[in-house]
Design a protein around this ligand. Sequence first.
Ligand code: F6R
Length: 236
Amino acid sequence: MRIIVCDNYDEMSRLAAEFVKSQIIMKPNCVLGLATGSTPVGMYKTLAEIKLDFSGVTSFNLDDYYPIERANPQGYFYFMKEHFYSKVNIKGENTFIPNSEAKDANAECEKYEKTITEKGGIDLQILGIGQNGHIAFNEPGDELTADTHVVDLAENTIDANSRFFDNRSQVPTQALTMGVATIMKARKIVILASGAGKAAAVKSLLKNKVNTQVPATMLCMHPDVTLICDKEVMGK
Ligand code: F6R
């Protein structure tokens, strides 16, 4: 794993955007895997500012709550529209997010996984990391072998994400998420981490030893992972 420690959040965001830019220059019709949450907001802002050509790009998001209306500002469809789709020239038909309004959640997950394969697989996957070490909504567990699936959110993830909702009871208790198997199929992975709250999870990741109780450690088995973090994560 390559490790890049940046001075601050803005530098981390700029560098993450550079990785995306290089990917698009190398392959204008590439497939990006994208994340939501607070961490990648600065990266999306930079991507919009540098005016990259996204007209050939396809994107797949990692996850969304389930169920949640796509018009709900706390949902990830809304997030992506606000921070990315409305700011760049990516084509609507080339953007994918697990459908949080689907009637049959399992069928939606199966279709999502199949669509990723049909589009040629993910060239560059951007990840955040949860305080408990989750990637996408793959929570600590005994086994992390699934592809896209329905998941029950861990209590501490509901706690962490309640900051985006009026109160904790509004946070959906389930999500549709790419599995660790889906993520591991990406050709290249960039994982972003910012702030002291992520220090413990990143410390486990840096031990370079798989531990299913810290899902991000599965990335140790991937041949092309770059961690881009700020100094605070490293306790500096
Ligand atoms: C979001 C996602 C999550 C977040 C993680 C960190 O699509 O998959 O795994 O990356 O919860 O969230 P933030 O960035 O809000 O700390």
